[in-house]
Design a protein around this ligand. Structure first.
Ligand code: FAD
Length: 287
C-alpha cells in the first residue's frame, strides 16, 4: 500500500496492477465491506486490481523484467515488480511438536513455551489473546516483538512479567483513507474465534451511505464531518472487535483512535458497553 501511495503521490504516471490471490483486497485485515471500499477507492485512482489470481512467473529480457505471468496464462507487461506475500515463522528446526501452534511457537503470557525455561518472542511467538483469553494469536509486528523481547528477557533472569496486550490490531493508511481493525472484527473469518456455544456474538454497524460518499469527486469538499464505516462486535456485553474506516481528517486522528480502540478493547470501560454510543463516538474529542 505504501509503494502504491508513493507512486500515486509522486505523479510518475505509471500504470499500476495489483494481483491479489484472494477474492478481496486486504482480506486478512478487513471485512468484505471494508475491502470493497478500499478496492473501489483504488480503482478510482486508476489502479487495476486482478483478484483470485496468482503470479506464477516473471519474464525478462537483457536482465530487465518485461512481464508477469499469471496463473490463468495472461501476461501483464511490467517494468517494476513488487512482491508482498506475508510472513511465515521458520520453525522447521524444532523437533518438539508440542511447542508448535498453528502459526508459530506457543507461549503463555510470560512468553514461556510449554517447556520450562524455553522462551519464544517476536514474530515466531503465538501469545494468548487477552480478548479471547487463552486463544493464541499470531500478529507479527515490530512493537509486539520489542515488548516480547523485554518480557521474555526479564522472566529468563527470574522476573515475573506478563504480556497482556497482544491483541490483533492494525492501522493502515492509503492516501487519504485509513482504517483500524482490531480483535474479532469479522467473526466469520480465519482465526476468530473458534466455535464456542457459550459465545453470543452480535454485530453493530454504522449505516451511513459511506461507500457512495467516500468515492465521490474529491474536488468537492465533503462537509459531512463523520464519514466513517464503523463496525463493532460484541460477545454478550463485551466489546471484542472494532473496525473503523474513514477519511483521514481532523475528525479522524487515526493514531489517537488506534490508542483508544486498544484501550476500549483491553479495559472495557463503561462506554464500551453501549454499541449505539460507540458507533457515534467522536474520537477527535479524546486526548
Ligand atoms: C518487508 C517488511 C515490512 C515490515 N513492516 C513493518 C512495519 O511497518 N511495522 C511493523 O510493526 N512491523 C513491520 N514488519 C514486521 C517486523 O519487521 C517484525 O515484526 C519484526 O522484525 C519481528 O522481529 P523478530 O525479532 O521476531 O524477527 P526477525 O526480525 O525476523 O528476526 C529473526 C532472526 O532470526 C533469524 N533466524 C531464523 N531462524 C533461525 C534459526 N533456526 N537459528 C538462528 N537464527 C534464526 C533470522 O535470520 C532473523 O535474523 C515488517 C516486516 C517485513 C518483512
Amino acid at each position: 500500500m505504501k509503494f502504491i501511495r508513493g507512486m500515486l503521490e509522486g505523479n510518475y504516471n505509471v500504470k499500476i496492477n495489483v494481483i491479489e490471490k484472494n477474492h478481496s483486497m486486504l482480506g486478512s485485515v478487513l471485512d468484505d465491506k471494508g475491502s470493497s471500499i478500499i478496492e473501489q477507492y483504488m480503482r478510482e485512482k486508476g489502479i487495476n486490481i486482478i483478484k483470485q489470481t496468482t503470479a506464477v512467473n516473471l519474464t525478462q529480457e537483457n536482465r530487465s523484467i518485461t512481464s508477469v505471468e499469471l496463473s490463468n496464462g495472461r501476461l501483464i507487461p511490467s517494468d517494476i515488480v513488487l512482491v508482498c506475500i506475508g510472513i511465515k515463522p521458520s520453525v522447521s528446526f524444532l523437533q518438539n511438536e508440542t511447542m508448535l501452534g498453528k502459526s508459530g511457537i506457543l507461549v503463555d503470557s510470560h512468553l514461556q513455551t510449554q517447556i520450562n525455561n524455553i522462551y519464544a518472542a517476536g514474530d515466531v511467538a503465538q501469545v494468548p489473546d487477552p480478548i479471547f483469553e487463552k486463544i493464541p494469536i499470531f500478529h507479527p509486528s515490530w512493537s509486539h516483538a520489542k515488548a516480547h523481547g523485554r518480557i521474555a528477557a526479564a522472566n529468563m533472569i527470574g522476573g515475573n512479567k506478563e504480556y497482556l496486550s497482544h491483541i490483533h490490531l492494525q492501522k493502515i493508511t492509503f492516501v487519504d483513507l485509513g482504517f483500524i481493525s482490531a480483535g474479532c472484527f469479522e467473526p466469520n473469518k480465519h482465526n476468530f474465534p473458534p466455535n464456542d456455544k457459550n459465545r453470543d456474538l452480535k454485530i453493530f454497524q454504522s449505516t451511513d451511505p459511506f461507500l457512495k460518499e467516500i468515492t465521490k469527486d474529491e474536488t468537492k469538499n465533503i462537509q459531512n464531518s463523520f464519514l466513517q464505516y464503523r463496525k463493532l462486535i460484541y460477545d454478550k456485553e463485551k466489546l471484542v472487535g472494532v473496525l473503523i474506516l474513514g477519511k483521514l481528517d481532523s475528525t479522524y486522528p487515526i493514531k489517537r483512535v488506534k490508542k483508544w480502540v486498544k484501550y476500549l478493547l483491553l479495559n472495557q470501560p463503561q462506554i464500551a458497553k453501549h454499541p449505539q454510543r460507540m458507533l457515534r463516538l467522536d474520537f477527535s474529542k479524546f486526548k
